[in-house]
Design a binder for this molecule. Structure first.
Ligand code: ADP
Ligand code: ZN
Length: 215
């Protein structure tokens, strides 16, 4: 919340699909905090090194410096306790312990601004985002533009064939889709024994974190 008074303790969550402007919004809010001469620290998970190791970079090339962390313990270890505003990008990759940490930091009077995917490539809630939404003081849901029909898009459509929950990438691997155009079980026809097409669907299982190459 941009009008939140200092030291009150405040949790903001910006959630939505890929390409919906979460990083842009996070960067905008953090820049304003810096302009207000507040002490700001920004973290993103090491899993997401798509564009830069030491910056958050939006799809529109906005950027702000950041520190890479593995999990909540890493955030805590790197935190300067004088920091007033804490930014977390791609929070869906930070693990369950981030919920407690965020609440404790807010209770200490800090402002935490969190961005993350609220649903995965199958349209399921992407933990711990639902829990972070529950403890938030303010929530912003961002929508992208559906790449099929131009309507507002709430889904992240995976375009490549993988059953892993986490495949880090961007353009070409994922696109934004509206509810109508979203195909969670996007199928890839492969040749069957007798030459007839066999439909391969994506199983709804959660695989281990397996980042792949940058997109
Ligand atoms: P997120 O963090 O939600 O993935 P970003 O903040 O990194 O999103 O990028 C948002 C920007 O992505 C937009 O301002 C726009 O320039 C670009 N963009 C690319 N594809 C789309 C799309 N399908 N819908 C909306 N914006 C898109
Ligand atoms: Zn659509």
């Amino acid at each position: 919340m941009n009008l939140a008074s200092r030291n009150i303790g405040w949790i903001e969550v910006v959630c939505g699909p890929m390409f919906s402007g979460k990083s842009e919004e996070l960067i905008r809010r953090l820049r304003r905090a810096e302009i207000a001469r507040q002490r700001v620290q920004i973290f993103k998970p090491t899993i997401d090194q798509r564009y830069s190791e030491d910056h958050i970079v939006s799809h529109s090339e906005l950027r702000i410096r950041s520190e890479s962390v593995r999990d909540a313990a890493d955030v805590q270890a790197r935190l300067d306790w004088r920091t007033e505003v804490i930014g977390l990008d791609e929070a869906q990759f930070l693990g369950h312990d981030i919920i407690d940490l965020v609440v404790r930091l807010a209770d200490m009077g800090k402002r935490i601004i969190i961005a993350g995917l609220d649903t995965d490539y199958l349209g399921r809630p992407f933990h711990p985002m639902p829990e972070l939404l529950a403890v938030a003081d303010e929530i912003t849901k961002t929508l992208a533009i559906c790449m099929q029909c131009g309507n507002p898009a709430k889904h992240t459509q995976r375009l490549i064939n993988s059953a892993d929950l986490v495949v880090v990438g961007a353009a070409g691997m994922y696109e934004a889709r509206c509810r109508r155009c979203f195909e969670p079980n996007l199928t890839k026809p492969v040749a069957g024994k007798n030459g007839s097409p066999v439909v391969e669907t994506q199983p709804a299982t959660t695989a281990a974190l397996q980042p792949q190459s940058a997109g």
